[in-house]
Design a protein around this ligand. Structure first.
Ligand SMILES: Cc1cc2nc3c(=O)[nH]c(=O)nc-3n(C[C@H](O)[C@H](O)[C@H](O)COP(=O)(O)OP(=O)(O)OC[C@H]3O[C@@H](n4cnc5c(N)ncnc54)[C@H](O)[C@@H]3O)c2cc1C
Length: 284
């Protein structure tokens, strides 16, 4: 199929984008990497009258260290994140997560901001944002505001972003000494969206875990944190008995949605397998 006819505009500034969003409302869509939007246009799942190409906005580019946060511009591509030395040093979970996203050709175009704004519950970046306690920086008519990742995702493909706002960046707290992180996924083939995935982080003092964050992808309508299991792991060492307790807690806590080929029971089981594997790596 081909996309329905639309007008196209490529502004130079965020101010111009905001004015266009104000003027056209829901008739307009932002175009970043196009790796999701173009498919929805071509399948006519979306028929906007106007496409606003934001790839010319210099203010949304780049990855930089600002004090104790790593600021990732909305237009940073998956590949730029994957290859960034700053990311490898200060948010290494993202470096490890990037190769799980689709294939190289898609990672060369797809952007951080597009993934965060689209809020696919099976996508890697939203889960990593939650695992690392990151914040989404958005800009609208009233200026810039910061939304904690935990408050940003509100439902299936839904976020706290208002129709007249744009994602400009995210801020990720830089990894502190002793921070442990991990990502694990089960997918049918490499590059597929995960059936179930888990991005996790914690502080480790000796072998004792604290500030545990377990963010799952592919189990709920949005990236989902296993808060009861996180609390159970607080102050524990990742020994065999704690791991067994955590896996049992998770399987009681989680209430996965099925997908086309996997039942909730399968996903519950797989989520436990991933948690077991990651916590075993935390012990190592
Ligand atoms: C075959 C295939 C496999 C894929 N596999 C995976 C995978 O395994 N894991 C994964 O995470 N992703 C996967 N993706 C999706 C990919 O990561 C996309 O790049 C990403 O979801 C969207 O980013 P984009 O820059 O391409 O956004 P676009 O497609 O340009 O836009 C997506 C949506 O976000 C909005 N948007 C974009 N930028 C902004 C912004 N700055 N502010 C507000 N709204 C904005 C757009 O208006 C649109 O509604 C896959 C895609 C394809 C085609």
């Amino acid at each position: 199929m081909k996309a329905a006819a639309f007008d196209y505009i490529k502004p130079d500034t965020v101010g111009q984008v905001l004015a266009l969003l104000r003027q056209h409302g829901d008739d307009a869509r932002l175009l970043a990497g196009g790796q999701t939007l173009m498919a929805t246009l071509n399948m006519r799942l979306s028929e906007p009258a106007l496409i606003i190409d934001i790839t010319g906005l210099a203010a949304l580019r780049g990855i930089e260290l600002r004090g104790d946060v790593l600021r990732i511009g909305a237009l940073a591509t998956h590949t730029q994140i994957e290859e960034s030395e700053l990311v490898a040093r200060h948010a290494p979970l993202l470096t490890e997560a990037a190769p799980h996203i689709a294939h190289r050709a898609i990672r060369n175009s797809g952007t951080w901001g597009g993934s965060i704004a689209y809020a696919d519950p099976a996508a890697e970046w939203p889960a990593c944002l939650l695992a690392l306690g990151g914040t989404v920086v958005v800009q609208g008519p009233a200026g810039e505001r910061r939304i904690a990742g935990d408050d940003f995702f509100t439902g299936l493909y839904s976020t706290a972003l208002q129709p007249d706002e744009i994602v400009v960046a995210s801020e990720i707290p830089v990894a502190r000494p002793g921070q442990w992180h991990g990502i694990a996924e089960l997918a049918r083939r490499h590059g597929d969206y995960a059936i179930v995935g888990l991005a996790a982080s914690a502080q480790r003092q000796g072998a004792v875990l604290s500030a545990v964050r377990l963010a799952f992808m592919g189990v709920a309508a949005m990236p989902w944190r296993a808060r009861r299991t996180e609390a159970l792991l607080e102050g524990k060492t990742a020994d065999e008995s704690s791991i067994a307790l955590a896996v049992a807690s998770l399987r009681a806590e989680i209430d996965p949605l099925p997908d086309l080929t996997n039942t909730p029971e399968t996903k519950r089981h797989l989520a436990g397998v991933l948690l077991q594997r990651l916590l075993a790596s935390a012990r190592a």
